[in-house]
Design a protein around this ligand. Structure first.
Ligand code: PEP
Ligand code: MG
Length: 359
């Protein structure tokens, strides 16, 4: 751990002796994973796979998939992504060397993948062989007035199961390949985003389990893995008892949970929340430090209801609050198993977790 030497390193060793909660990192590149490990992360708590889709070629493949005519068209469009995703996950598993890695299936707002302007439609028509008029009509059907409250997260996985199938296959193929090559078998934790109902999770968990069995049969081996869900909508927190029937872990997505509970856009909040905090209307910025009195109650409720259904339910937090000391103290009190923060906040999180345990 070259970054944590000298007195700071010693302090960290002391802190770790007293810490109950594990500390993981939010990371989606091998480099971020490496930094996270150097700072002492004990796993990846959130790999946002949509961050692997900034490349124009990948956006185009997903675009072709969502605008395709039928299942065969969707599968053809996705075929080129499978080896790319497999290699993405393989390099993350390699760096994390047997530590748990939570991979969240795709969660973009759909509009990020829709074509805009005549040139993009013309290009797409050429690649897919579908007419521009057809593509425009299909894109019109998928247009949303409020994409952040629309067709994203698991809803996308229900409408276009092929994309989650491709990702699940890439995860399990990569995990088997890494396990065959090294002694450190990866422990993939497949996470479904934006779940609001048990049924959504039931459908998608069945999909992931089916793909896992297919891959294990092809590879002639099995691996330990988990399927779980984000808890990032108030309904999911309320219905956590039911949702836990389908989940072996919950990860609290407190960014969206704060946004949806307060009815405040996380992207525009600063404009009016700063004066709000100055005037004491909110005691702290709720997007930085968990609104313990409000949103925190949903977290507590979901933890309690989830564990009533499934006593061993693994609980973590992967919203920005997972790197905030006051929120970490709350997580300790609530009995979470781990916090997950951006790699550079891992040392702070280790200290805060130790302080919370001692407290
Ligand atoms: C969250 O909503 O808290 C979360 C971790 O997911 P994202 O920030 O990617 O929406
Ligand atoms: Mg979210």
């Amino acid at each position: 751990e070259p970054e944590l030497v000298g007195d700071f390193g010693t302090l960290m060793v002391w802190a770790d002796k007293h810490r109950r909660m594990k500390v993981r990192a939010n990371a989606e590149t091998p480099l971020d994973c490496q930094v996270a490990r150097q700072f002492g992360a004990e796993g990846v708590g959130l790999c946002r796979t949509e961050h692997m889709f900034f490349d124009a070629g990948r956006i185009s493949a997903v675009r072709q998939m969502i605008l395709a005519d039928d299942e065969a068209g969707r599968r053809t469009a996705l075929a080129k992504l499978l080896p790319e995703q497999r290699s993405d996950f393989q390099s993350i598993f390699e760096v994390m060397a047997g530590l748990p890695v939570t991979i969240r299936l795709l969660d973009p707002p759909l509009h990020e993948f829709l074509p805009h302007g005549d040139a993009e439609f013309a290009d797409l028509a050429e690649v897919t062989g579908l007419g521009v008029e057809h593509l425009k009509r299909r894109a019109g059907e998928l247009h949303e007035f409020n994409p952040m409250l629309g067709h994203r997260g698991c809803r996308l996985g229900i409408t276009f199961p092929e994309i989650y199938e491709m990702q699940a296959r890439a995860i399990f193929e990569a995990a088997c390949d890494v396990a065959d090559k090294s002694g450190d078998a990866p422990i993939p934790e497949v996470m479904i985003p934006l779940v609001a109902t048990r049924k959504e999770l039931e459908i998608l968990r069945a999909l992931v389990d089916r793909v896992a069995l297919e891959v294990f049969a092809e590879k002639g081996r099995t691996l330990e893995y988990l399927v779980g869900t984000m808890i990032e909508l108030p309904r999911a927190a309320l219905m956590a008892g039911e949702i836990a029937e389908e989940a072996t872990f919950f990860s609290f997505g407190t960014n969206d949970l704060t946004q949806t509970t307060l009815g405040v856009s996380r992207d525009d909040a600063a404009r009016f929340l700063n004066p709000y905090v100055e005037q004491g209307i909110y005691p702290r910025d709720p997007f930085v430090s968990l609104d313990i009195e409000g949103v925190g109650q949903l977290v507590e409720m979901a933890a309690e209801r989830g564990r009533k259904t499934r006593p061993g339910l693994k609980l973590g937090i992967c919203g920005e609050h997972g790197g905030d000391p006051a929120s970490i103290a709350f997580c300790e009190k609530t009995g979470l198993d781990y916090v997950s923060a951006s790699p550079y906040r891992v040392p702070i999180a280790r200290l805060a977790a130790a302080q919370a345990s001692l407290g």
